[in-house]
Design a protein around this ligand. Structure first.
Ligand SMILES: Cc1ncc(COP(=O)(O)O)c(C=O)c1O
Length: 390
């Protein structure tokens, strides 16, 4: 019996050897390994500044807080994303304003952004879902017309490029996740990228209770006995050196990880292209996909709409159940946040208000993707998908 997970955390000897170093040195939080990981992240993504934090949710919260988002403000977020994108806005007393998505990319529908903008709109959080960049040209155009800050939710964005530029480099900040479902993982972890040097300094302070110098700088400076000043309201969003030692080791094989994931996605594309009931991920020369996940739309009819979505959902679930019985794990891509109880109740939103997000929630399906997926496992998955009788 096969037992193929949706994703697998894969650590090599490199990570295992590296993790011992902070343990042996005794310096285990926001020290030299955090700095090393940040430097390698800058090199890989082309970011000018990288600031490691405890996870991507705190990266989003910190970014929005550092840009002054607060009570009474509105922030546009796609309706189909992980709930953390909207939660980060809620934490600040601001209102997340949902925008529908496009079903071919699962990303924010830029033609619907303008109708979400009011006098209170201060920022937009485009999400590069599953590793596919949002349409950043259009988002940047709107942000300059309406004076909106851009915080990129690049939780899934490792390896994703838009017109050659790694995601996380267009907005005020880019926020990445190192949760185990992501291509690079430190257990929990996050990274903020920014080209703004002053903002970077503020973010470094705010991740560390608002302190103007870090414990490491103070400890190895000439007056370790004096405490820092605290010019900002900060948080404890530090990353540990234990996590960063794993991340730093993984960055040494970042290119390989990206190439391996893309190769598996290419093989899925090739194997599934004849199926007219499965819309596989869109990507083209302008959008280099990072493939955090390989997510398709289950659509055994020409058009999924409000009338047939529940029926298609039940057929998708039967398909998922069939694969589960065969030992193949699948998952919905992610969820429609406007349909979760908290948001639906608080803002009185109906599922149909963001119809594509609703459809994506009910009809998307992710297949297993991880570098060590064996070729016999891959063949087995593809065989079960292509021979499935609808
Ligand atoms: C789109 C998106 N945003 C934010 C997050 C939150 O990331 P973290 O779990 O690192 O806080 C995730 C995690 O799955 C995500 O997929």
């Amino acid at each position: 019996m096969m037992n193929i997970p949706i994703a697998k955390t894969e650590f090599t000897e490199r990570e295992i050897v590296n993790i011992l170093k902070p343990l042996r040195s005794g310096w285990v939080v926001q020290g030299p390994f955090v700095k090393e990981f940040e430097d390698k992240w800058c090199t890989f993504t082309g970011a000018e500044n990288s600031i490691a934090v405890s996870n991507c949710t705190t990266a989003l919260h910190l970014s929005l807080a550092s840009l002054g988002i607060g009570t009474g403000d509105e922030v546009i977020v796609p309706a189909f994303t992980w709930i953390a994108t909207a939660n980060a806005v809620e934490y600040l007393g601001a209102k997340p304003v949902f925008c529908d998505i496009k079903l071919d990319t699962f990303n924010i529908d830029t033609s619907k952004i303008e109708e979400c903008i009011t006098k209170k709109t201060k920022a937009i959080v485009p999400v590069h879902l599953f590793g596919l960049s949002a349409d950043m040209d259009e988002i940047e155009k709107l942000s300059s017309i309406y004076n909106l800050k851009i915080v990129e939710d690049a939780a899934c964005g490792f390896g994703a490029r838009y017109k050659g530029l790694h995601v996380g480099n267009s907005g005020e900040t880019g926020c990445f996740s190192f949760h185990p479902r992501k291509a690079i993982t430190t257990g929990e972890g996050g990274m903020i990228t920014t080209k703004d040097g002053e903002l970077a300094l503020r973010l470094r302070a705010m991740r560390d209770h608002g302190a103007s110098i870090s414990d490491h700088q103070r400890h190895f400076g000439n007056k370790p006995y004096l405490l820092s000043d605290f010019p900002y309201l900060g948080y404890n969003y530090r990353m540990t050196d234990i996590q960063a030692s794993i991340g730093s080791a993984q960055m040494d094989r970042a290119n390989d990880i990206h190439i391996q994931r893309s190769a598996i996605a290419d093989k899925y594309d090739e194997a599934l292209k004849g199926l007219n009931w499965l819309r596989t991920p869109l990507h083209n020369a302008d959008y280099e996909h990072g493939f955090q996940a390989y997510v398709s739309l289950f659509s055994p009819v020409d058009i999924v709409n409000r009338n047939n979505v529940l029926n298609i959902n039940s057929r998708r679930n039967s398909f998922m159940d069939h694969l589960q019985q065969k030992g193949i794990s699948t998952r919905p891509g992610t969820h429609a946040v406007h349909m979760t109880k908290y948001y639906a109740n608080k803002y009185k939103i109906a599922p149909e208000d963001y119809l594509n997000a609703y459809i994506a929630d009910h009809c998307s399906i992710a297949f297993p993707l991880f570098p060590s997926l064996r070729s016999e496992e891959f063949k087995f998955i593809v065989n079960e998908i292509t021979n499935y009788t609808l």
